[in-house]
Design a protein around this ligand. Sequence first.
Ligand SMILES: Cc1cc2nc3c(=O)[nH]c(=O)nc-3n(C[C@H](O)[C@H](O)[C@H](O)COP(=O)(O)OP(=O)(O)OC[C@H]3O[C@@H](n4cnc5c(N)ncnc54)[C@H](O)[C@@H]3O)c2cc1C
Length: 539
Amino acid sequence: MPYVRGMKWWGWGHEDVAFTHEDKLDLGPFLQRHLEIDVSRASSPRVAFEDLAIPESGVPPGLRDALEAAVGAGHVSTDPLDRLVHARGKSLRDLVRHRRGETGRLPDVVVRPGGEDAVVAVLRAAIDADAVVIPFGGGSNISGSLEPPEADARTIVSVDLGRMDGVLAIDETARLARVQTGVFGPQLEEQLNARGWTLGHFPDSFAHSTLGGWIATRSSGMQSDKYGDVADLTRAVRVVMPAGVLATRPMPATSTGPSVREMILGSEGRLGILSEATVHVHRVPVRRTILGYLFPTWAAGLAAMRDVAAGEGSPTVTRVSDANETRFSFATKKSSSPLDRVKSKALAEFLRRRRDFDLDAMCLAFIGYEGSERHVRAQRKLTGRIVARHGGLCIGSGPGALYDQKKFDTPYIRDYLLDRGALADVSETAAPWSLLPAVYDDVISAAHSLPVARRSWVHHVPPLALVPLGRVSVFHLRAHALGRARPAGGVRRRQVGDPADVRGLGCHAVAPPRGRHRACHVAGAGHLGARRRDVARAV
Ligand SMILES: Cc1cc2nc3c(=O)[nH]c(=O)nc-3n(C[C@H](O)[C@H](O)[C@H](O)COP(=O)(O)OP(=O)(O)OC[C@H]3O[C@@H](n4cnc5c(N)ncnc54)[C@H](O)[C@@H]3O)c2cc1C
């Protein structure tokens, strides 16, 4: 296993997967019109791996021997590509620096323990050698939490949990599963589904992130409306700490003292390495469907989502895009058959003539339902009434099925745009429903007030809120002249972030469930060993 399942060191996902405009007739003209991008050529090539200046690995022989004894010689790697992939997460900043050839401080060694005992031995070896340990799940974080400090002279050991990927046991009565934390989303669902269960946790990064990473970053997913965030789903943890293994019990609830489980959730590897978690699982639903809806305006779509949240229904997915995001979504649609084109034209005519829609202001929404046939029917009815009250209409399951299929591919668009000198990113915040329209307006006007910004894309995705809160996620689409990525000693022509390079900018917004906030991940790397005194205090 050379590195994380063929993960790109300069972008999202696998080396052999890429977004393309070639099967999407409208996308090229759309990007040309709005961002002045010529899609036919990559204007901002990244530096080649061979041109990177990768520093030598500095693992003292004694430490290497101890690590090999802990995990087996075949699972200790100082391969430059392996070290590079483990050096950072996948924030826009991480990608831009890597593409430019600014690799920063790399871990000296990557180790892959096969079980908890091996993790204990790795930690012991690192502490004895005064080395720094950084746990690694899928490397998808956007918080800089894997990045070793540039100036730290100690040996950096990246502990990749990828070999610890099993569902160990399922207690069907309690609906609890014991799972090793290095399991990636798809592998986890595959193992659970085979026995009729699901965790129901689907962050956008699902394909390339792990259970341990989700717990360590307090992750939230697109179906958290129904299943809860990972903080709700995680009932107990086992954490290998410098002082020993911490194990909490899967109690349904406690009413005494501060929660140790809560201390671990979101701790970004600072307190120890999560080896195992007990998580709440659910039966795979008999029926699952995501329907598309159109609203005449953004205000109508947002108001409908708020009413759905306050109503008696319990959809699993709710999101609505604003008009710009709706147009962007339509532009990324694959080229359709002549029959589909006739149908789309007929729908557009119907909306214009019979429903009085301004097609430029129209907003696309997706609402998902899960459960028994009866439950899904009842839910659709409840939501349908609310949608109708706000002037919206259902456009069937086709667009929803497409969204469902493609939802984990969206991050590949970021690499495609970076190749063409454009920046795209997402950030999220939470706000009470009453403030959401103002937050949206402020985001848009802040985007437009940038001196050189010309255009915006904004979409709003409000899942359900029992407590009146909404989540706003902001999608920036900026055109930049990125310039050539700069190998060591090369000449930098233009740099990402030079304000003069910004030629367009866009955003989208979201809103969340049951009062949950998605906190911005701002903390730094969770370096064990280095912080062992702090750890002892914290425990
Ligand atoms: C395109 C994209 C979409 C995203 N979408 C979402 C989303 O919808 N929802 C969301 O919440 N986040 C999202 N994220 C952020 C990221 O995917 C999450 O933070 C995810 O939970 C990180 O998991 P990981 O396995 O990749 O962890 P890593 O990136 O490997 O690690 C993250 C942190 O957790 C620590 N860590 C990892 N594994 C362990 C372990 N076993 N024990 C102790 N510490 C550990 C690491 O040291 C590090 O500090 C997205 C990121 C990107 C780039």
